[in-house]
Design a protein. Sequence first.
Length: 312
Amino acid sequence: TTGNKTSAIVFVILGFSHRPDMKVIFFILFLCIYIITVLGNLIILLVINMDPVLHTPMYFFLRNLSFLEICYTSVTLPRVLVSLLSSDTSISFAGCAAQMYFFLFFGATECCLLAAMAYDRYLAICSPLHYMDIMNKKVCMQLAASSWICGNLVALGHTTFIFSLPFCGSNVINHFFCEIQPVLMLVCGDTYWNELQIILAAAFVILMPFLLILVSYSLIISSILKIRSAKGRYKAFSTCFSHLTVVTVFYGSAVFIYIRPKSSYSLDVDKVLSLFYSVLTPILNPIIYSLRNREVKGALFKMRRKLFHPSS
């Protein structure tokens, strides 16, 4: 049957094979990025867990985000590293489907989680007296759980839909992982309606949280401008700057890739843009939140002192 033939397909991921002279440089670069991403986010997880001062709603979401970033970057980079060392860049039908599922799962979850973090910042700045009552432990757990559940449903729907379509002709994926658009290009026949459904679903998953973030920050900025002292305005804005930077990088590249017609695709450009939200955002997270956050820096100093000077 067609289904059996389709499931027997072995895809070839083109990756960066068009630049064999750069393989060693790419390998060293991606290995360094992966190590820094995993270690950086692990350190943030450890710091938040060890310091009671950081047991607040904002850091609860940051802990979720750090764990998410480790998972997110682990979906693509280890396989990219292996393919740079090996001449075999093939991936099975099931392997490709699994990679797409987990990439979409963690990506969609991050969209929702960033929206939850924006809502948290809105309450902290616009309703400081009621903040701890509203953002109690139960609400934080519900927002985080909803983000993970939403991410799972989106990924499951997209992956099931795409991999139930018939594949024929070329089996070469012109990307460094099983991304939606390059895989969809290998589907038989006219995929207009499939692409339209994916664009509409992506618009809902990406734009809905993004609109919530925009509304939250418009209210936040309005409240900050009402603060009389310059020091007070700076302190209020500095608590949002880290989150706003991550949102800008992540959403900027994701919107450009997923919410546009097929005629405007350029797979080489998409590879570069995919690096922004799949590789650079996870590495930016620990750097931004540790370098610009006084509480995290203080907790890092205390942890270092405990580890290296336990008697002092």
